[in-house]
Design a protein around this ligand. Structure first.
Ligand SMILES: Cc1ncc(COP(=O)(O)O)c(C=O)c1O
Length: 410
């Protein structure tokens, strides 16, 4: 073989990652962190995780597991104890019954999504994703060889997919519809009434499966009643994957445990992927998650109340700013505010604000507040604030955003 001695040293990425860049959220976070290191008083409102600590009983369960030697490989897709706790959780909180071979555990809900798409997508298969959406959805679909079909959902429609939009987007290649309620980034959630027309459409298209990401289930406000499609429409249950995890409700993002319930054949196919990726989720984290799901849930209400106060503060303060327009989200810990009224203005240093990214760059550089532009989530002109931080920080950040917006010239 005639191979040039230098040619092989050049890095050549696989074509499958060509369309998947480093997430804009991470880029903004890195830039804000670097500014902070340089001594600038940057407030970062980009965090995708609660600022609370993992509950003590959960930490204790992990310590006991370590001391008991629970430190080896576990069953491929979850210990029997954790699967039992998940089955009980689905029964108790969602009125959905799954058998042992219908639940799976992975290294975060992210790996659940990855396993599911990897196990089901052939080249060109389509996944319908309402925008704004969590950026990982489309990136994972693309990595798995599929095609994301992104459907813009307006603020007027509550950022929710409408039945006619869904029906129009379905083709013979549609494999999945992916819904997330409450949503990252919009905080919008689907009630039973919102889900109904979508489920009616899906009943007519048996080749289309539904993946629901219920990650923020416990972070809902006022009288919003969380529901999940597998309990709402039993006729669809054998083509629904219900995804959830301990990251957000139990402040366990670093423990990396996500889980799902779904039909046995899909769950089995997902475990084939997992067997060659990670072999199993962390034994210690699984023991901790058993305690999270089976232990007292009382702390959830206290944390929810604290998130609710912050949401009210942020929404009120944003709507007092000329040019911004923020709908009140039903859940999660994000606001997704319109900034259309800011576009076309000019900053004191002469920078024209043409799109939401210009606005969020301006806020970072001039007001030292890091937020994420709607374009990162597939819908403009908006920006996302994560309010998983103290009221004092939020108050200061909103003072700065208000001053920065007032300083813009028409
Ligand atoms: C909507 C949504 N689903 C899933 C995840 C991932 O959760 P995990 O930490 O379990 O991988 C996130 C994390 O930001 C999220 O926002």
């Amino acid at each position: 073989m005639n191979v040039s001695p230098t040619k092989g040293t050049q890095f050549r990425p696989a074509s499958r990652i060509a369309s998947v860049g480093v997430s804009k959220i991470l880029q903004i976070g890195a830039r804000a962190a670097a500014m902070k290191r340089d001594g600038m008083p940057v407030i970062i409102l980009g965090a995708g995780e609660p600022d609370f600590d993992t509950p003590q009983n959960v930490k204790d369960a992990a310590k006991i597991a370590i001391d008991a030697g629970d430190t080896k490989y576990t069953a491929l897709d979850g210990t029997p104890a954790l699967k039992e706790a998940i089955i009980e959780k689905f029964r108790r909180e969602n009125a959905v019954n799954y058998a042992l071979d219908e639940v799976t555990v992975a290294t975060g809900a992210k790996q659940i999504l990855f396993n599911a798409f990897m196990a089901t997508m052939d080249a060109g298969d389509e996944v319908i994703i309402p925008a704004p959406y969590w950026t990982s959805y489309s990136d994972i679909v693309e990595l798995c060889g599929g095609r994301s079909v992104l459907i813009p959902c307006s603020a007027q429609a509550g950022f929710r997919l409408q039945a006619e939009q869904l029906e129009r987007a379905i083709t013979s290649k549609t494999r999945w519809v992916l819904l997330n309620s409450p949503s990252n980034p919009s905080g919008a959630a689907y009630s039973a009434q919102h889900y109904r027309p979508l489920l009616d459409v899906l009943l007519r298209y048996p080749h289309v499966w539904l993946m629901v990401d219920d990650m923020y289930e416990h972070i809902v406000y006022d009288d919003f009643k969380f529901v999940t499609p597998a309990s709402l429409e039993p006729r669809l249950k054998d083509r629904i994957l219900t995804v959830n995890g301990v990251s957000k409700a139990y402040a366990m993002t670093g423990w990396r445990i996500g889980y799902a319930g779904g039909p046995k054949d899909l769950i089995g196919a997902m475990s084939v992927i997992q067997s060659q990726a990670t072999s199993c989720p962390s034994s210690v984290s699984q023991a901790a998650s058993v305690e999270a799901l089976n232990g007292s849930q009382n702390f959830l209400a206290t944390r929810r109340e604290s998130f609710r106060k912050r949401r009210n503060l942020v929404v009120k303060r944003l709507n007092e700013i000329r040019g911004l327009d923020c709908r009140t989200p039903e859940g999660a810990f994000y606001t997704f505010s319109g900034c259309g009224g800011i576009l076309g203005k000019t900053s004191p240093s002469g920078r024209k604000i043409k799109e939401d990214l210009d606005f969020t760059d301006y806020l970072l550089e001039e007001a030292h507040v890091a937020v994420v532009p709607g374009s990162a989530f597939g819908l403009s002109p908006f920006f996302r604030i994560s309010y998983a931080t103290s009221e004092a920080q939020l108050g200061e950040a909103l003072d700065r955003i208000h001053r920065a917006c007032d300083a813009l010239q028409d």
